[in-house]
Design a protein around this ligand. Sequence first.
Ligand code: NAD
Length: 284
Amino acid sequence: MDSTGTAHVLPPKPKRLPGKVAVVTGGARGIGAATAKAFAESGAYVVIADILDEPGEKLADSIGARYIHCDVSVESDVERAVQLALDWKGRLDIMFNNAGIGGPCGSITNLKTEQLMALLEVNLFGVVHGIKYAARAMIKGKHGGSIICSSSSAAVMGGLASHAYTMSKDAILGVARTTACELGVHGIRVNCILPHGVPSELLLDPYRVLMGNPDLQPEDVTKIVGERASLIKGRGGTMEDVAQSVLFLASDESGFITAHNLVIDGGYTVANNLLSFIYQDFKD
Ligand SMILES: NC(=O)c1ccc[n+]([C@@H]2O[C@H](COP(=O)([O-])OP(=O)(O)OC[C@H]3O[C@@H](n4cnc5c(N)ncnc54)[C@H](O)[C@@H]3O)[C@@H](O)[C@H]2O)c1
């Protein structure tokens, strides 16, 4: 309503991913699901690739996406997920390598190579497969693309996760950096996101064990994480925080950004709040 009393209808906001085609691994729940929704709302055609078929199919139906059963540790599964995007819409613009698992916790003195390998197969090789097949499709398509890989705050700060998980997330930064160097000439950008403390199923399980409370709820995790944050106390990270960051990296708005590590942690990994009183002399 303006000063003359005339009502004005605002024009709809332009979509941020109009007609883009995306594959989201691990898109059936958690951060992947929130991102698949944000992509679809932004005008993208989304392929959800996961091993959780029922929630994956349900979500795909609700947002006009396609679902495919895909274990990212199996190279041919990832190839099929990318092929589905190509068969469906004839192109691939965005690959979100998000699928991941946690654990195993414990001392390095007890690390079991088989457990380490099982984790690397999903968290690291899954990302490598995603980059490989997305790059093939994007190079052939000759219209560039955006590949986003899910690392973790654990890749830049010790003591946040198991040795195996941390190794996998740190290695992702390496392969994203080298592939960004190789693929840049094709207009393909490769970036990483490093989320922290988002109360998904992946985080709930270890927190329930650590806190000795099997009934711990997502809001309890947010509270624990939020209390240690640098931003307003109690403000923990959400799946939507991560989804919006991925949306930015997927869109043309981030067209000059590649080989970047976007930490989404409310400042947690760069602030030691122990001495925060040294900044507290401002009185309003
Ligand atoms: N939650 C956090 O605070 C946090 C922090 C840092 C990084 N991350 C990363 O974000 C990503 C998403 O995790 P989330 O927190 O949403 O957890 P989540 O457990 O809710 O989601 C993980 C998804 O990956 C899928 N998945 C697991 N193994 C798979 C496989 N072999 N093939 C295909 N899909 C598979 C699961 O079925 C699930 O849908 C992970 O890579 C995780 O390491 C999360």
